[in-house]
Write a protein that binds this ligand. Structure first.
Ligand code: PMP
Length: 371
């Protein structure tokens, strides 16, 4: 069957756009995977064919991010939120006293810190932020040398704050939620004890969460850690302790191949820079018509939250913007329900050309209202 669906540009924050070649391949293979007479959906997770799918996905990921040998790659269920629990359950016992340091720069790291409080003592290393618009200066951070790990979220999907640097933890294990910026640029994995990322933004569909963990950190899980979240258990059996999110792993594998064929993490970084520049240039040149909250030093390349008309957002203008965008086949631009306004998500599958279409639309919309 041809790809005859309606052509829209999907700027969703996650689940989000999947590259078209991936969908077409999945469509082609849905009924009959490589002549086996069954779909991946119907395939035993213990079969040689499925194990090949898992291993290929892992190898491609290792290649794309140059993941060193002494790191395990694990594919888990439970989403990013599952990892808010799994991280402390596995790592807070690394040092006596169960202390963990958290940087809280948006909704998702706030949720993670709250969850970790169930398992130990959480220290927010900076003064409480009234609004999530900036990253507190590292010279002001009060890191606890007895903390088992330091946690941060590389890109806050709701508030649009992205770290332009990797935090210096003064030797403490660094843990990162990379859910919404994973594989949008190369990353030096050796700087991290653990990286996790839900697949449904940059590398596939919902259902699978990637965990990359340095091997010496395995084996410290609290006794109450559920076995499906025990990194040592899952890491020692190729993520196949129990039935994994098999179809989501398959889709992720196809997306990883697409990233490889498209020039890898380096190309994703170039595209992300170009796409986000198109949008931020319009905001900056709009004389206050478009208002972006995060400080220019930590604006996200992935998620651009903005208000229209004024800093609180003119609800009439914002509704009109969303309606008109939808009429022009540009969808999923509504801001997160907790902050309102508009949010433009520019993940890997969104092209520069698609972003240019939105940029043109934004300019025209502004002209219509600022005569
Ligand atoms: N971390 C980040 C940065 C996210 O954007 C999200 C979800 N959008 C989560 C964690 C939670 O992921 P999930 O919904 O898969 O639990």
């Amino acid at each position: 069957m041809e790809d005859s669906r309606k052509q829209v540009i999907n700027f969703a924050a996650g689940p989000s756009k999947i590259p078209r070649p991936v969908l077409l391949q999945a469509q082609k293979e849905l009924l009959d995977y490589k002549g086996l007479g069954i779909s991946v959906l119907e395939m035993s997770h213990r079969s040689a064919d499925f194990i090949k799918i898992v291993n290929t996905a892992e190898n491609d990921l290792r290649e794309l991010l140059k993941i060193p040998e002494n790191y395990k790659v694990i594919f888990l269920q439970g989403g990013g939120t599952g990892q808010f629990s799994a991280v402390p359950l596995n790592l807070i016992g690394l040092k006596e006293g169960r202390h963990a340091d958290y940087l809280v720069t948006g909704a998702w790291s706030a949720n993670a810190a709250k969850e970790a409080e169930k398992y130990g003592k959480v220290n927010i290393v900076h003064s409480k932020l009234d609004a999530y618009r900036s990253i507190p200066d590292p010279s002001t951070w009060g890191l606890n040398p007895n903390a088992s790990y330091v946690y941060y979220c590389a890109n806050e999907t709701v508030h649009g704050v992205e770290f332009p640097f990797i935090p210096d933890t003064k030797g403490t294990v660094l843990v990162c939620d990379m859910s919404s910026s994973f594989l949008s640029k190369p990353v030096d994995v050796t700087k991290f004890g653990l990286i996790f990322a839900g697949a449904q933004k940059n590398i596939g569909c919902a259902g699978v969460t990637v965990v990359i963990i340095r091997e010496d950190l395995l084996g410290y899980a609290l006794k109450e850690c559920p076995v499906i979240f025990d990194y040592k258990v899952q890491g020692s059996c190729n993520s196949l302790y129990n039935t994994p999110a098999s179809y989501s792993i398959y889709i992720m594998g196809l997306v990883l191949q697409w990233i490889k064929n498209s020039g890898g993490a380096e190309a994703m970084e170039q595209n992300s820079a170009a796409k986000s520049k198109l949008i931020y240039d319009i905001i900056d040149g709009s004389n206050g018509f478009y208002v972006c909250m995060p400080a220019s030093t930590c604006r996200s390349r992935m998620n651009v939250p903005l208000r229209i008309g004024n800093a609180n957002g003119d609800s009439v203008l914002e509704t009109e913007f969303l309606d008109k965008a939808a009429k022009n086949d540009m969808i999923s631009l509504k801001g997160h329900r907790s902050v309102g306004g508009i949010r433009i998500s520019l993940y890997n599958a969104v092209t520069v050309e698609e972003t240019q279409r939105l940029a043109d639309f934004m300019i025209n919309f502004m002209k219509e209202h600022c005569v």
